[in-house]
Design a protein around this ligand. Sequence first.
Ligand code: FAD
Length: 416
Amino acid sequence: MHTSSRNTGKVHAPFIYNPEKKKIWAKAALYGYDFWKKYCHSNDLLFVEDGVMEVAIDTQSEKTLLMHFEWGLKNGLSDSEIKILNEREVSRIEPNLKCQAAILCNKDASVNYGRITQTLAEQISNNNKLVKIVTCSKVTRIKNNAPSSRSIIVEYIDSSQRTKKEIDCNFLINASGSNSINILNSLHLENPYQDLFFRGEYWIAPPKYDSLTSHSIYSVPQFQQFPFLDPHWIIRASGTREIGPNACPVFTPYGYNNFDNARELLPKIYRLMTKKGHRMHKTLLRKELLDLISKEAFSSISKRYMINRVKRFLPSIDPKEFRIRGTAGIRSVLIDKDGCFVPNPIFIMRDNILHILNYNSPGATGAFPISYAIAFKLLENGILKDCRDTMFGRSATPFDDKLLTTCRDEIDIDFV
Ligand SMILES: Cc1cc2nc3c(=O)[nH]c(=O)nc-3n(C[C@H](O)[C@H](O)[C@H](O)COP(=O)(O)OP(=O)(O)OC[C@H]3O[C@@H](n4cnc5c(N)ncnc54)[C@H](O)[C@@H]3O)c2cc1C
């Protein structure tokens, strides 16, 4: 219902992730490609190996482009997978594109993550009796008696029957996307984080632009210090072209409409300003963040402004031709007590509950590698036992052991 079905649908290559600061995302993106290719091919799902270009339109962004190229190589892409092109080389491949230089990366693909998630869920629940997926239900309370007893009780409302139910377990993973931090807070566990929300909106291009480019095109982001990219020219797995996403500030992780946002505005500001030990006002009043927020909010109000951000490198598009909005998704980004954006996902383990926070882009790309890295860590800690054979049967697991153990050895998950 949320982010996993409301994203850009890219299996991201790792060249935009700083190998020192965004280590987990960089590795997860590198191996995510192999996992999704294998999984989609084994299950008749679209996996379009259409590649991506990142473009620099001025000298300053060309410097960043060269840095991204270096990051790509450091993160494990080979020189046949990533290349730097000059203006002339770009125009031979993409004649409608205007830029000074570009990265061409062919290890980047398009999928439909919503469809994939549904397939995965159906497959897991049909193939064995050990897994049950409960939908249309909201977890309302977790009663944790650990460490005195190993029993955790998860209370939830089953909305189809309008009844309250419980699940009794001795280990729980809280992977509830933007809501993970609220579940952590409901257990009164001290943590230094606050969350901010940004809605990524899209515009669908009319079919007349279908042959404008053969690659998805990203530009070097203007605000390097924040975890957002500028709106791109996207080719979806279905072949539809779109522009987006921007990053419009909103006040709830489910703020898809103005009414919900207006209702949450004051409570959210109150929570941001009153969290003990936080210097949130310092973050919110930083000039670069205010610049970013105003630019992104304006992109939400004005279609022309948003589309013109892409027109800088695709000059032949006309904002008037874009009439249909795409499906928006909301990012929830954590800020630490010093007011800095947290660059990686966070894994907090307390009293037999693993809380997964700040699970942002490229979270869909990295879903398999990170899940396997977590599973190996839980095995190592004696919390899980290896039941791959009984759970899935070897034939239903398309991944070879080498790919799985690479995740164990290279994705450094720390439980804090
Ligand atoms: C605009 C946008 C574009 C993106 N593009 C890409 C991309 O191209 N490639 C990429 O790799 N990543 C992309 N991402 C990131 C990626 O989509 C996310 O990292 C990923 O989908 C997060 O998955 P999740 O399971 O943590 O969260 P979700 O998919 O949001 O799932 C969390 C689930 O928990 C449920 N839940 C929450 N609270 C409760 C409760 N109390 N009781 C019961 N259930 C609950 C929710 O209903 C939801 O179903 C994008 C994100 C955004 C916002």
